[in-house]
Design a protein around this ligand. Structure first.
Ligand SMILES: *[C@@H]1O[C@H](CO)[C@@H](O)[C@H](O)[C@H]1NC(C)=O
Ligand SMILES: *[C@@H]1O[C@H](CO)[C@@H](O)[C@H](O)[C@H]1NC(C)=O
Ligand SMILES: *[C@@H]1O[C@H](CO)[C@@H](O)[C@H](O)[C@H]1NC(C)=O
Length: 381
């Protein structure tokens, strides 16, 4: 691991001078209060959607929270436990899972043994019915059984190697969506636009034939599942890196709605959905949402994205301009963008190419051009 720690510290140095919304995340609790974590050193509860256009969010910062100093923090809702599982929020303990009990409003730290899994380089979903994480890390599928934990167990949990997916992940920048207890792999090379490869979690089985869901582009993007009041998610949103549209894919009807793209076009934004809204956290720290109603195609099509002014920016004002100079081989200025959902970026100033590293951040060409003098390799998978 010396290589990784060197790489991570290089990255930390190079991003420290530019603000990083990758250290923050948004999530909902089971009553669909919008929670914002790691916002400039604080956590907030912005309440339910009907309250977002007025007032200020409640400060829920309390002890036991992670430092939120990672570059790729991801939050997941366990609907049975009413708990938010936070991964990647502690750079010194990258495999720890921080648990926020949204009922008790308290934090605990679950120690996790990585066991081959790379906590700095993965993409994951939390399966609804089993409360088990499934992750793709370095071309391998791993699982982590969270039981029904809403507070950490003294016994460490462990990532388990499930299998290699039955498709070539060499140049695959993962887009993993969850619906109906199935992982939907989008943008798999050679798979047609509008189709997904399906991994059936309960049988650890990759269906050999892609499933067609209608129309969406074969491109990289961000995904998040739309919750239901109870039961497994049946829809997920897919926002391509160019932000040109928001696609909502229904895995029951095999169909896709095309909705407005987010106002902030940001390949490094992250997303989280409730039952009735899709929330974007941009890499500049702003939060906005698109209202959504399952089955109401015409109102969904007409709906627009709005800023949630009730929340402060996730980024400090000093870092908000996004100007900075790096160390080592990473220098430049421009808008810093990170926080690909479930992925991690690693700056590599050396010669190690990181084996099967798919270039997995949606680094836009413009950002790359402006930001990098030379030598950033994103190591994912
Ligand atoms: C803690 O973990 C142990 C060992 O896996 C298990 O037997 C026990 O039930 C767990 N406790 C809770 C409260 O989940
Ligand atoms: C969706 O596609 C699957 C597989 O092709 C098929 O079994 C199912 O009946 C389809 N559902 C609908 C509502 O057409
Ligand atoms: C930058 O990269 C070059 C080769 O790519 C290497 O020789 C040099 O040591 C690197 N510098 C730093 C500061 O990492």
């Amino acid at each position: 691991m010396p290589r990784f720690s060197a790489l991570v510290s290089l990255l930390t140095l190079s991003l420290a001078s530019v603000a990083s919304a990758g250290s923050s995340c948004v999530a909902f609790d089971i009553n669909w209060n919008l929670l914002a974590f790691g916002f400039n050193g604080k956590d907030y509860d912005a309440g339910t959607k009907d309250t977002w256009d007025s007032g200020t969010a409640a400060d829920i910062t309390t002890s036991g929270r992670p430092p939120f100093d990672g570059t790729t923090t991801n939050c997941y809702l366990s609907q049975f436990a009413n708990a938010i599982y936070v991964l990647g929020a502690d750079s010194t303990n990258p495999s720890s899972v921080y648990i926020y009990d949204a009922t008790a409003k308290s934090w605990s730290t679950q120690f996790v043994t990585a066991d081959g899994f790379d906590p700095t380089s993965f993409s994951a979903i939390l399966d609804h019915d089993t409360n088990v994480f499934y992750a793709l890390s370095k071309g391998e599928i791993y699982s982590l059984d969270m039981g029904l934990l809403k507070a950490a167990n003294a016994t460490a949990l462990s990532w388990t190697d499930v299998q290699k997916p039955a498709f070539n992940t060499d140049n695959y920048q993962p887009v993993m969506a969850l619906a109906q207890n199935h992982i939907h792999f989008l943008d798999v090379p050679e798979i047609a636009a509008g189709s997904a490869l399906i991994f059936v979690i309960h049988f650890s089985y990759l269906q050999p034939e892609p499933q067609s869901y209608g129309q969406f582009p074969a491109t990289h993007g961000q995904v998040t599942s739309l919750f239901k009041e109870t039961g497994v998610q049946q829809e997920f949103a897919f926002i391509p890196d160019d932000g040109s549209a928001t696609y909502v894919i229904n895995v029951e009807t095999n169909s896709t709605q095309t909705l407005k793209g987010p106002t902030v076009k940001d390949p490094m934004a992250s997303y989280f959905a409730s039952t009735d809204s899709l929330v974007q956290l941009s890499s500049k720290g702003s939060v906005s949402f698109l209202p959504y109603s399952a089955g109401a195609t015409s109102s969904n099509t007409a709906a627009s994205w709005s800023t949630i002014a009730k929340l402060p920016s996730a980024l400090s004002t000093t870092g908000g301009s996004g100007t900075g100079s790096g160390t080592g081989n990473v220098t430049g200025s421009g808008s810093p963008t990170n926080s690909a959902k479930g992925a991690a970026v690693t700056g590599n100033g050396g010669s190690d190419s990181g084996s099967n590293g798919a270039l997995s951040l949606g680094l836009s060409a413009g950002w790359l051009g402006g930001m990098l003098v030379f030598g950033v390799t994103a190591l994912f998978l």
